[in-house]
Design a protein around this ligand. Structure first.
Ligand code: ADP
Ligand code: ZN
Length: 737
């Protein structure tokens, strides 16, 4: 036994103990801290170690880089223990450092995402357990502590929650015992291995274009080197079938495959398909996993026992020993952007992860982002396209329904041609879907007498009526209140009126119009989790439902053979506001919704209710010429150097005090970097100028493509001293602005 890599620095000529840097899963700006290595302990970068910090014991990762020779040995505390876990690979350490540097986040905050639970491995975190410290226990113990030690047989490791429950003590007692040296943190034993996928099962017979795409992807995976491929094709063209074959190749190579899906909770049908293709379930990774499953999955991944994993964006940070393929399905989806904590785009970071792992990455979409298309154009990414729907199925016919020419009846939201089409579809025994990307009953509640609008006290947002719960709710902060009997402004009784439709109101109208149709509502409040989503999908596939009404949940990759009509209640909804990508995103969402209609069995029809039938988005959807639309988008953004032809970073300054927020934003504005090819816009009110009680101002840094913005922003922030009550959130490559 010896050092697994080069020993850490020692003071020359001084008989001091060796040192190592340790990164802790905490958002500390300082990054890694130095610790001493006591005699007899061997620590190398990547090892999971227990170290003291303040009065706590924490689990961190021995990190790379030189220790600070100037730190006197007397100030140095020691690594206490090396955990029996596979060390974090150098690839993953480099990835963590890269993400931290790119997003301007503390490395420890990124490390936290690479540990199995939000608390990292900090005892008693979910996937860490406890074991009794060696040696005889002290003679005098409180009864609770004695019960804890009694519950731990020698050498046994138990999960914190379980142990606390069995011993009848609170988690604080376990922590106290750890601080007193009676308990040591330890990793839980690993769970059963994941069954290996069966690579001998035949996939479907591929069409010629699919076969060509599969051959190209297989060759790339077999090359065991970094490459990025964009895989496009309309919904139903067989993209999933193609990339599952690439997964098979990766597994045949003995490397691990990772598939990122934007909303894993809505992926029951996808999982079923995986099962059919490979005979087993893939490992899963998403925020709704229980602590125990997370712990076991994390450990199994680290040990190389998970050949293929399907996950949400955070799965990128799992410790795969030899990742060979990453697939990002629906690469254009904004769900891949994490907006809180470490602000990052999982699609972009996935490319970096693949590069560091020398893996292939496949970005998949019917409506790729302009960023990705631009990378294809410049030759950085390869492009494979499946030109048609698989088999005999054609694309659904899309028509714009001009609301100016055929308006709905007063107080209604479905125009007569749409109502008629629904009637005909139901009469044929087929299914219809209505899509409105807005939860609740009405987006605005207004006093008919004085015009007062009900707004959230904590946010710049109207309160949304949820009729079932008889409440007004804020969709940003969770504030909720009963609908007042009188107007809070003018005290008039019963004058508060719902304005505009939410999905509940569409349901109400559909119920009136088609009382005999069997309905299902798909929105986040009616479909709270994966099980409910799977059940809903099964009901629809089994034709137990005639009419599907829902928010963006219905747009996901569902395959409903009986569905032939899709009505978009408000196709203009996403176009309002000054967002650079409003048109692009509206096109992506509507194309995806439209893709639900019609398969081989029956042709589909999509009706878009709009006040702007001439808008390029509507025109593109009607003509099906998405390429021309994206070319026009590119032409619009290129001259002004807007992304992807230039860089953007947003600094959002916030404070509970409005004047303080203004002052801080102004001070930051005055200190803005001045450099060639760089421009700072603002400060201006952020899109949600008040959010959860904090006033928000935004500065946008816009730079030419060749300018690295991170050092500029770091220097900028260093030049300004802001009060501690002011927060600055940096968002490199913001998506909503
Ligand atoms: P996409 O991912 O592009 O939306 P899918 O891969 O989901 O397309 O394919 C659409 C439908 O066609 C699915 O039901 C799929 O099972 C089926 N399909 C795709 N390719 C084949 C094939 N080669 N043979 C038989 N069925 C196929
Ligand atoms: Zn609110």
């Amino acid at each position: 036994p010896g050092w697994k890599s080069s020993p850490p620095n020692q003071l020359p000529g001084v008989a001091s103990r060796p040192r190592i840097r340790v990164l802790l899963p905490l958002p500390l700006a300082a990054g890694a801290y130095d610790y001493g290595i006591p005699p007899g302990l061997q620590v190398a970068p990547g090892d999971f170690v227990v170290v003291p910090l303040g009065g706590r014991q924490l689990v961190g990762v021995a990190w790379d880089g030189a220790t600070d020779a100037a730190l006197p040995a007397s100030r140095l505390r020691d690594v206490q223990q090396v955990l029996d876990a596979p060390p974090m690979t150098e690839t993953l350490r480099r990835f963590i450092a890269w993400v931290a540097a790119y997003t301007l986040s503390p490395p420890g905050a990124v490390l936290r995402m690479a540990m199995s639970s939000p608390g990292g491995l900090e005892p008693p975190a979910a996937h860490a357990g406890w074991q009794a410290a060696p040696g005889p226990p002290p003679a005098r113990l409180t009864p609770g502590r004695a019960r804890v030690l009694a519950a731990l047989a020698a050498g046994q490791v138990r999960a914190g929650a379980e142990l606390a429950q069995e011993a009848g003590v609170s988690p604080a007692v376990l922590r106290g015992m750890a601080d007193a040296g009676l308990l040591l943190p330890a990793l839980l034993p690993r769970g059963p291995a994941f069954a290996p996928p069966d690579l001998s099962l035949p996939g479907p017979a591929l069409g010629a274009e699919q076969a060509a795409a599969v051959a190209a992807l297989r060759a790339q995976v077999a090359a065991r080197d970094f490459s990025v491929t964009l895989l496009t094709g309309v919904t139903g063209s067989g993209k999933t079938e193609v990339y599952l074959d690439a997964v098979a190749e990766c597994l045949a190579q003995g490397r691990q495959a990772l598939v990122l899906l934007p909303e894993i909770a809505l992926s029951a049908q996808w999982l079923e398909r995986f099962r059919r293709r490979f005979g087993v379930d893939p490992a899963l990774w998403h925020s709704e996993l229980g602590a125990k499953t997370r712990a076991k999955t994390w450990r199994a991944v680290a040990e190389g026992e998970v050949p293929v994993l399907v996950g949400a964006r955070s799965a990128l940070f799992l410790p795969f020993p030899d990742l060979g393929l990453v697939v990002v399905d629906e690469e254009h989806e904004t769900a891949f952007k994490q907006e809180e904590g470490v602000v990052y785009h999982a699609r972009d970071m996935a490319v970096v992860r693949a590069r560091l792992a020398q893996a292939s990455i496949v970005l998949v979409s019917a409506t790729p982002s302009l960023e990705t298309l631009n990378n294809v154009e410049s030759g950085r990414y390869r492009h494979l396209d499946l030109p048609e729907r698989h088999g005999a199925a054609g694309m659904a016919r899309v028509q714009a329904l001009d609301l100016r020419k055929s308006p709905p009846e007063r107080g209604r939201f479905l125009a007569p041609p749409l109502v008629a089409a629904i009637g005909q579809t139901l009469a044929r025994g087929e299914q219809a879907m209505l899509f409105l990307n807005r939860r609740g009953y009405a987006p605005l509640t207004l006093c008919r007498a004085c015009g007062h609008r009900m707004r959230c006290p904590n946010c710049t947002a109207w309160l949304v009526e949820h009729r079932a719960q008889k409440r007004l709710q804020c969709h940003h902060c969770g504030h909720a209140e009963p609908i007042p009997p009188t107007c809070p402004e003018c005290q008039a009784p019963g004058t508060l009126t719902p304005v505009g439709p939410g999905v509940e109101r569409v349901v109400e109208e559909a119920t009136l119009l088609f009382p005999d149709a069997r309905r299902i509502v798909m929105a986040s409040d009616t479909i709270p989790g994966p099980a409910a989503a799977a059940a809903a999908a099964a009901m629809i596939s089994d034709r137990q439902v005639d009419l599907i009404i829902g928010t963006q949940i219905v747009a996901k990759g569902w395959h409903f053979p009986g569905l032939t009509l899709v009505g978009v209640v408000d196709a203009d909804l996403g176009l309002a506001g000054g967002d650079l990508r409003a048109a692009e995103r509206t096109l992506q969402v509507l194309h995806q919704v439209a893709g639900r209609a019609g398969r081989a069995e029956a042709p589909g029809l999509v009706l878009l209710q709009t006040f702007n039938p001439d808008h390029p988005v509507m025109q593109a959807l009607v003509s099906g010429d998405l390429e021309a639309f994206m070319a026009a988008e590119a032409a619009g953004r290129r001259p002004g150097h807007w992304p992807p032809f230039g860089r953007l970073a947003a600094l959002v300054v916030s404070s509970e005090d409005e004047r303080e927020a203004d002052r801080a934003a102004r001070d930051l504005g005055l200190a803005a970097p001045r450099a060639e090819g760089v421009e700072v816009l603002g400060p201006a009110p952020a899109p949600l100028a008040l959010l959860r009680g904090r006033h928000r101002r935004r500065l946008l840094l816009k730079a030419r493509k060749e300018v690295p913005v991170q050092p500029l922003i770091r220097d900028w922030l260093a030049r300004v001293t802001l009060p501690p009550s002011v927060r600055v959130q940096v968002d490199v490559d913001p998506v909503g602005f």
